[in-house]
Design a protein around this ligand. Structure first.
Ligand code: FE2
Ligand code: FE2
Length: 314
């Protein structure tokens, strides 16, 4: 199939490994899904310390389930990316550990306090839900299929984040202040979650033309604002003065894009930010620490049938 035919046929779940896709499509889809998979893994790493630091058993269980879900999302997505035949899952994991793999801006920043946790679990996962819901209609079928499970589980993540947010918002004055501080710090990053404005985004046109992407960055950001500005206010959070949020005539919201720090965003996007090195370094160390498990599994797979393995004992 050539690119023109792909553009003509592009529609929800239109293409699968049974189709002979052109290289340009396979590379663009791999780039997009690998980025998504990496982001699931790096998000989980940011939240992992809170399995230990949760203030109650219920929170610990919920955090532990969420972190496992996110790692699972990453694995599903690496498989979906692998089905394009461009890179293997091992290659993508290797790229993530050595700093070549790219991932979402929000997961490059450290998260140190409990009051920051709803910034990821409620706002960032809420933003992710916006985008992921549209990806159920992406043109690469294995990607859309993975989104069915991912979106189902993200619904739980957002509820879990909202529950912590509600608890802190009704807590002591100190809790409320710390929550507002966390919100002030994370809000601009969350608004940048959707990526650069449409005219600065280099990959958008092709991805949209071949049905990989269903909505533009700006459309998604505006939809997020319309849903989450009222939610933030409901929990007593004040929207920071900058970046300026403006109300449209119809009661919807939009952000003054020039108020956002796009230099920082692009530094982060290249994994060049100070926090990036720290997060990637931790990922690298963890990958190395479990290398022996991979070796054992590889060894087991390569053992001939009928040898001294479990097969012989059957
Ligand atoms: Fe996820
Ligand atoms: Fe999530």
């Amino acid at each position: 199939m050539d690119v023109e035919e792909v553009k003509e046929r592009a529609g929800p779940r239109e293409f699968s490994p049974a189709d002979d896709m052109p290289e340009e499509y396979r590379k663009a889809a791999t780039r997009m899904i690998q980025f998504h998979a990496n982001s699931e893994i790096m998000g989980a790493y940011l939240e992992r310390p809170f399995v230990r630091q949760s203030p109650s058993l219920e929170r610990k269980l919920a955090f532990s389930a969420k972190v496992q879900d996110e790692i699972g999302h990453g694995q599903l997505l690496y498989r979906a990316a692998e089905s394009l035949g461009v890179k293997t899952r091992d290659e993508m994991l290797e790229e993530l550990a050595n700093g070549e793999g790219k991932f979402l801006n929000c997961f490059h920043y450290p998260m140190d306090s409990w009051h920051e946790t709803p910034m990821i679990a409620f706002f960032v996962d809420g933003a992710a839900m916006r985008r992921q819901a549209t990806l159920k209609k992406t043109s690469w079928e294995p990607y859309a299929h993975a989104m069915d499970k991912v979106c189902f589980e993200e619904g739980f993540h957002v509820k879990h984040g909202e529950h912590i947010l509600a608890e802190l918002a009704q807590g002591s004055k100190k809790d409320q202040e710390k929550l507002q501080e966390a919100f002030d710090e994370w809000w601009p990053r969350i608004l940048q979650f959707f990526g650069p404005t449409d005219d600065k985004s280099t990959h958008h046109d092709f991805a949209a033309d071949v049905g990989l992407k269903q909505m533009s960055n700006d459309e998604l950001r505006n939809a997020f604002l319309n849903a989450y500005v009222p939610k933030a206010r409901k929990y007593g959070l004040e929207i920071p003065e900058y970046p300026r949020i403006e109300e449209n005539d119809d009661g919807t919201w939009k952000v003054r894009e020039d108020d956002l720090d796009w230099d920082e965003f692009f530094t982060v996007a290249k994994n060049d930010y100070e926090g990036s090195h720290e997060q990637i370094g931790k990922r690298h160390d963890t990958q190395e620490a479990v290398e022996w498990v991979r070796d054992v599994l590889d060894d087991h797979e390569q053992r001939p049938m009928g040898g001294a393995g479990p097969a012989a004992a059957d």
